[in-house]
Design a protein around this ligand. Structure first.
Ligand code: C2E
Ligand code: MG
Ligand code: MG
Length: 682
């Protein structure tokens, strides 16, 4: 997974961060690599920074410096020992201080090598081996130069040997021990040759034998400790990296590598708390790729994923250090911008984001035209909590889409006319489709004379997660206002066609299904090809589908409507004028429309039993429709008296609670299997 958006490389000791965020404010959240370079050495953050700056930003070198300092501390520990030995006249002061000076010189030389980077030229750039070797040389020179208390000085060689604990294997320890023994043997020989008067040979060789007995043991134990440290460090490291992976998976989107909704929500809460504390604004961008579904549908989901990855990369590339960009899901991205110097910066950022995505012209040789719609909300002006801000930015983004897409829109007073409840409903409506919360209910249409089921009308319901099953009056208007009715309508058509096919396969009698169209859908140029695609992909016969349109939809642009209706009829789809009598349709036009059915509005049916006027109107409508060879359906029939009047006036079919309310699919199937109302209503 390629991590994008990583721009914060304050010092290279930090591992590449997950995409979309910069950690400069809180570097402690990521583990410095210097601490990982050698297992077992864990450093706190200020130490890391100190050594990194000493090492010119090279984490390996910083770790070496750190180890060198620890080793030098062992030398430093020798100084008080030497001082004490002088104090108690165990050793002579002059050679003692020469010894200290040599130790300081060796350490200073090695320190200089590490600071200048000369050590990198050595086969062991850690210089541990050299450090031990020089330490031994110093001790041996001292042993040679002391005429009394050689044993005291010799003991320091053990201190020197402990330096290897950081690095040495048992073998290397043994090597170092042999070096000490060889060095001491050489010193004894030199003493015998040059200063025989100062040396008790038996005493020195006895001491040498003592060392020879102890050092191998020391080496083995040291080697074990060193190995144990390394193993412990390695398993620590494994554990840490496994935990890091778990967190990465839980908080990041696997496709784009961006933070996911969980992490974004956490960050948003934190950012708002910071903003409140420091009284500064925060900007929230809600971004959605335009017509991404088309890409998925036409070029496949795999290609869609590639587009999302590329878009994520581009979006992440134009945000600043400290901003947080995340993928909420699907083609939705969000960006959180803190430290907004100037409110105009929001516009500038939005422009940058739009430009970045529109540059996405080709992926894998495929020409593309990807655009983005952005909604912008600011804290505290547009809201003070995460939920309000997110839903505000979301709504603003949809306004940007309504305005023609490929643009941005600020959450504004105009949008504030929406009550918070409405805002929430609007946001919910949009996600309702993704979360598959819509349901189709079916109301049977009954033949007036035989009582047989002639078909059903598909009526939309929304199974709201909190509010329960909602009727269209609660959401259709909002869906139309926001343009969401177009995708919702397409979903309904597809669902209905899929069910029609399933019913056919289940052996149910052939039954036309009427689907209500909204004015917006009826204006979409895409309606005919989209419908053709739905029929084809679901394998449904066009003749089974009836589309219900209202007078006002037709009368808005009658010429265009006629053209569209003819195209639909040519496909084999049937057409119904719904709610007839409530609009202003001209009877002259009605003649021109290729309509199959006419539905008398419920308002005329309601008073049929009492209102002579309504009976007269219904009679005229039925007569007119019949003269135009249209089938007449009465809707909203609740009473037997209404049914009687309609039947007397020659109405063909009816729909209403008298028979059944709209039913869930399984209830409809039971109703059909039980033979409908045949006999009971005739
Ligand atoms: P409509 O197309 O005129 O649907 C008939 C409405 O009358 C339905 O309301 C139905 O439940 C109700 N109804 C049926 N029989 C009776 C009765 O005996 N008495 C009374 N009082 N009402 C009865 P519903 O389902 O609430 O739908 C309301 C409107 O919402 C529909 O009116 C239609 O315009 C719209 N609608 C429903 N589904 C869709 C859809 O999928 N797309 C679009 N664009 N609009 C839809
Ligand atoms: Mg209808
Ligand atoms: Mg109606």
């Amino acid at each position: 997974m390629p991590p994008f958006g990583h721009r914060d490389t304050r010092y290279s000791g930090y591992p590449a961060e997950p995409a979309g965020r910069a950690f400069s404010r809180d570097p402690g959240r990521s583990e410095p690599r210097s601490a990982q370079a050698k297992p077992g050495i864990r450093l706190d953050e200020s130490t890391v920074i100190k050594y990194l700056s000493m090492a010119g930003g090279d984490p390996e070198q910083a770790a070496r410096l750190r180890r060198f300092m620890l080793a030098s501390a062992a030398y430093a520990a020798c100084v008080p020992l030497v001082w004490l030995a002088c104090k108690f006249n165990l050793i002579a002061p002059k050679p003692a201080w020469i010894l200290v000076a040599m130790m300081v010189a060796v350490n200073a030389a090695l320190y200089a090598a590490l600071r200048t980077g000369v050590n990198r030229k050595f086969s062991d750039p850690d210089l541990t081996w050299l450090h031990v070797f020089l330490g031994n040389v110093v001790v041996m020179v001292a042993v040679y130069s002391f005429d009394q208390g050689r044993a005291v000085v010799l003991n320091l060689s053990l201190v020197v040997l402990t330096l290897g604990v950081f690095h040495f294997t048992t073998r290397e320890f043994v090597k170092a021990a042999l070096q000490i023994l060889a060095g001491y043997a050489a010193v004894i020989n030199l003493l015998m040759y040059f200063k025989p008067e100062t040396v008790n040979v038996y005493h020195e060789w006895f001491q040498w034998a003592g060392l020879a007995a102890v050092l191998p043991l020391f080496a083995v134990i040291g080697g074990r400790i060193s190995g144990l440290r390394q193993r412990l460090g390695a398993s620590n490291e494994e554990l840490r990296s496994a935990l890091g992976n778990v967190r990465q998976i839980a908080t990041h989107d696997h496709l784009t590598g961006l933070p996911n909704r969980v992490l974004f929500n956490e960050e948003l809460q934190r950012a708002l708390a910071r903003a409140e504390r420091h009284a500064r604004p925060v900007g929230l961008f809600f971004m959605d790729l335009d017509r991404f579904k088309n890409i998925n549908d036409t070029l496949g989901h795999q290609f869609g994923d590639r587009v999302l990855q590329e878009a994520a990369k581009r979006l992440a590339s134009c945000v600043r250090e400290g901003d947080i960009i995340a993928r909420l899901g699907g083609d939705e991205f969000v960006l959180l911008v803190e430290e907004l110097g100037d409110p105009a910066a929001l516009t500038e950022i939005a422009r940058k984001l739009l430009a970045a995505v529109s540059e996405l012209r080709k992926i894998d040789g495929q020409d593309l035209n990807v655009t983005l719609s952005i909604g912008i909300c600011a804290y505290p002006a547009d809201g003070r909590d995460a939920k309000t801000l997110l839903s505000g930015a979301d709504i603003a983004m949809y306004r940007a889409k309504d305005r023609g897409r490929n643009g941005f829109c600020f959450y504004s007073a105009e949008l504030q006319s929406h009550t918070p409840e409405k805002l929430a409903l609007e946001a919910g409506l949009r996600h309702g489709l993704e979360r598959n919360e819509f349901r189709v209910y079916y109301q049977p249409k009954i033949d007036m004379t035989t009582g047989a089921i002639t078909g059903v009308e598909a009526l939309l319901r929304w199974q709201h997660p909190e509010k329960g099953l909602l009727l269209p009056e609660k959401f259709i208007h909002l869906a139309e206002e926001t343009g969401l009715i177009v995708p919702i309508g397409l979903w309904t058509l597809r669902e209905v066609c899929t069910r029609a096919k399933a019913w056919k396969e289940a052996g149910l009698p052939r039954m036309p299904i009427a689907v209500n169209l909204s004015a917006l859908q009826f204006r979409e140029e895409q309606l005919v090809p989209q419908l053709a695609e739905i029929l084809k992909s679901t394998g449904t016969e066009a003749g089974i589908l009836e589309l219900e349109i209202t007078e006002s939809m037709v009368m808005r642009d009658p010429d265009l409507a006629v053209k569209l209706m003819r195209n639909l009829r040519a496909m084999g789809v049937h057409l119904t004028i719904d709610d007839f009598g409530t609009g202003y349709s001209s009877l002259g036009y009605l003649k021109l429309f290729p309509i199959n059915n006419l539905k008398v509005d419920r308002s005329f049916v309601r008073d049929l039993a009492h209102s002579k006027d309504d009976v007269a109107i219904t009679r005229a409508v039925i007569a007119m429709a019949h003269s135009l060879e249209m089938n007449v359906i009465a809707e909203g029939v609740e009473l037997r008296e209404q049914l009687e009047v309609l039947r007397n006036e020659g109405c063909d079919e009816f729909q209403g609670y008298l028979c059944r309310p709209p039913l869930a699919e399984e209830d409809l199937i039971t109703f059909i299997r039980e033979g409908g109302t045949r006999g009971t209503l005739s």
